[in-house]
Design a protein around this ligand. Structure first.
Ligand code: UFG
Length: 326
């Protein structure tokens, strides 16, 4: 199949491209390289540099040959930033996404796997979170992703565009070739590893007064290659006529302090952590039930252990001290 991967130069998208190429698909990446890296697009994939919201760029990509399905990763995805500049999030994650759907409709592509997020739930009503639980985002990032999920429902009704919406919990870890390199970095695990490698003095712990056993936020970390695998399964499921929404997490929550301790264990380095105030928009606990993905997609996470997740992230960090070096 020929798959269009938006955001395929980014952290999760690039690993999905790696997996698509490995199993013999043809891949065209559309990425504006604002956060992605040219070097993260493996040889074998075509790279079109452009915006998802640019209809001409989309028409050029769709015009170079039939696209059997789309994987839509391109997004703004920082909870903290979204609280400060909500418009940016609704524009890129919702408005630009609509251009993509309109282009799919115009060019006769009817299958899409969408990168949604645990942030659609907001503060959970129960843990682990199920897909049937209420969605009440506590930040504009989650709200913008939920908005696009909603648009997908109505594009299904009107034009028959079928989707699988994958709600990722906290993506982490690295494949052998590809890892996490953001500028500026805001994610917990890479920041901790920067402290371990001496690039940064300390990591801030955002809030120690949450209603959790040690007072810090709890998250469900899921390996990036397991996420990529879920996309491959979703593609197959769409082919089999399935559609729907699926959580992707390991069902185990780790507090910020536990992740710091884990990184000390894995790296053998001391890691200084500073307690600071809460970061606005952060729910206290996000832990997934992924039973539906396991049952219906046949998803089997292979690197579910937090130590293994941090170990692969560390391995990549050590092998790429300057990230992708761009
Ligand atoms: N944290 C710190 N210090 C830091 C950075 C983060 O204490 O310097 C804490 C956060 O408050 C949060 C946890 O570590 O409790 C994880 O934070 P990240 O920034 O790594 O990730 P988020 O949970 O904010 O968000 C990530 C993705 C989102 C996705 C979400 C789903 O960035 O796109 O996971 O759970 F929606």
């Amino acid at each position: 199949m020929r798959i269009l991967v938006t955001g395929g130069a980014g952290y999760i998208g690039s690993v999905a491209v790696e997996e698509l190429l490995r199993i013999g698909h043809s891949v065209v990446v559309l990425d504006n390289l604002s956060k992605g890296h040219r070097a993260a697009v493996l040889p074998g994939a075509d790279l079109a540099i452009g915006e998802v919201g640019d209809r001409d760029a989309l028409d050029r990509v769709f015009g170079t040959g039939p696209v059997d399905a789309v994987m839509h990763f391109a997004a703004d995805s920082l909870v903290g930033e979204s609280m400060k500049v909500p418009g940016k999030y609704f524009r890129s994650n919702l408005c630009e996404g609509l251009q993509l759907l309109d282009a799919m409709k115009a060019h006769g592509t009817s299958k899409i796997v969408f990168s949604s997020t645990a942030a659609v739930y907001g503060e959970p009503v129960s843990v682990p979170i199920r897909e049937t639980d209420p969605s009440s985002p506590s930040n504009p990032y989650g709200a913008s992703k939920l908005g696009f999920e909603s648009a997908l429902r109505w594009y299904r009704e009107a034009y028959g565009i079928r989707s699988i919406r994958l709600r990722y919990f906290n993506a982490a870890g690295a494949s052998e070739l590809l890892g996490e390199d953001h500028d500026p970095e805001t994610h917990l695990i890479p920041l901790i590893l920067e402290v371990a490698s001496g690039k940064r003095e300390a990591v801030d712990i955002f809030g120690t007064d949450y209603e959790t056993p040690d007072g810090t936020c709890i998250r469900d970390y899921v390996h990036v290659t397991d996420l990529a695998q879920a996309h491959i399964l979703a593609l197959g499921a769409l082919d089999d006529g399935r559609e729907g929404v699926y959580n992707l997490g390991n069902g185990e929550g780790y507090s910020v302090r536990e992740v710091v301790d884990c990184a000390c264990r894995v790296t053998g380095e001391e890691i200084t952590a500073r307690e600071v105030g809460r970061r606005p928009g952060d729910p206290a606990i996000l832990v997934a039930s992924s039973d539906r993905a396991v049952r219906e997609l046949g998803w089997r996470p292979r690197q579910a252990e937090i130590d293994e997740i941090v170990r692969t992230a560390w391995q990549w960090h050590v092998a790429h001290p300057g990230g992708y070096g761009e």
